[in-house]
Design a protein around this ligand. Structure first.
Ligand code: SF4
Ligand code: SF4
Length: 249
């Protein structure tokens, strides 16, 4: 797929919500997206991760038939809080190191009855899908992921990082430990914020935006502390890495 389009290019898309394109996909979901979907479903992020996630909490789980668990006969069950990749579909987005972006259109799903046209622009489509805050959250979490990956590289491939609220209840003061997969506890905003706020005697924010802001701050502080206490760097300037945010969305 060649990423040649920009926001000024003519594009419009009217989906019929048949759900056929929600089969056989790997849908990435960051902590902020998991929080939004959890709130819509009326459950916590810990329960969401258990019921609906795969790959260490980084993707949505598909059913045995390959369909996303949120497909219903009338469309997406979590449509108002669907992840970024679902908002952008049928567009994909790629960014370069300088922050420039380009778009491409995925090949049409077999049987798709959506109307593709030129009634608007890609910018119009992005606005209509509520994409912008998700791009910003993805960029900010991507920067933190980059720092975390740099830290893991410093500590060695066997290292494990437990953010505040991890299942070990190690808390923000825990030193990096050897062992398992790091990402699922990182994804769990409710658990992370419960531990962070409990340790500081502050209330957990009720709003989604406020909770995401505090989680970003908590993760940043946690990484600041780990980086300060980790052995001397052996990989250079991982702090400025922005791998996840710089990838395709
Ligand atoms: S979250 Fe919704 S839009 Fe995205 S794959 Fe699942 S059912 Fe489809
Ligand atoms: S297959 Fe086409 S019409 Fe059906 S949900 Fe996907 S984009 Fe919409």
């Amino acid at each position: 797929m060649e990423f040649r389009l920009d926001r000024r290019d003519r594009f419009s898309f009217a989906c019929r919500a048949c759900g056929q394109c929600c089969t056989g996909k790997v849908i990435m979901a960051g902590p902020h997206e998991i929080l939004g979907m959890s709130r819509q479903l009326g459950i916590g992020t810990t329960e969401f991760l258990t019921l609906y996630s795969a790959n260490g909490g980084t993707t949505l789980r598909n059913g045995a038939d390959g369909r996303c668990l949120f497909v219903t006969p009338s469309g997406c069950r979590v449509h108002p809080s669907r992840p970024l990749v679902c908002r952008l579909y049928p567009l994909g987005r790629a960014t370069d190191a300088a922050g420039g972006e380009r778009f491409a259109m995925f090949p049409a799903q077999d049987g798709c009855r959506a109307a593709v046209g030129t009634d608007g622009t890609i910018a119009d489509f992005i606005e209509s899908q509520g994409v912008e805050p998700y791009l910003e959250w993805s960029r900010r979490y991507g920067a933190l992921y980059g720092r975390m990956l740099g830290l893991l590289e410093r500590l060695g491939v066997e290292a494990r990082l437990d953010p505040p609220g991890a299942a070990t209840e190690a808390g923000a003061d825990a030193a990096p430990a050897a062992g398992a997969e790091p990402l699922s506890s990182w994804q769990d905003i409710d658990a992370s914020l419960a531990a962070y706020c409990r340790a500081r005697g502050i209330a957990v924010p009720a709003g989604i935006g406020e909770a995401i802001e505090l989680h970003l701050r908590a993760m940043g502080e946690w990484l600041d502390d780990l980086e300060a206490r980790a052995p001397a760097a052996s990989l250079g300037d991982a702090e400025d890495d922005d791998d996840k945010g710089a990838g395709r969305t």
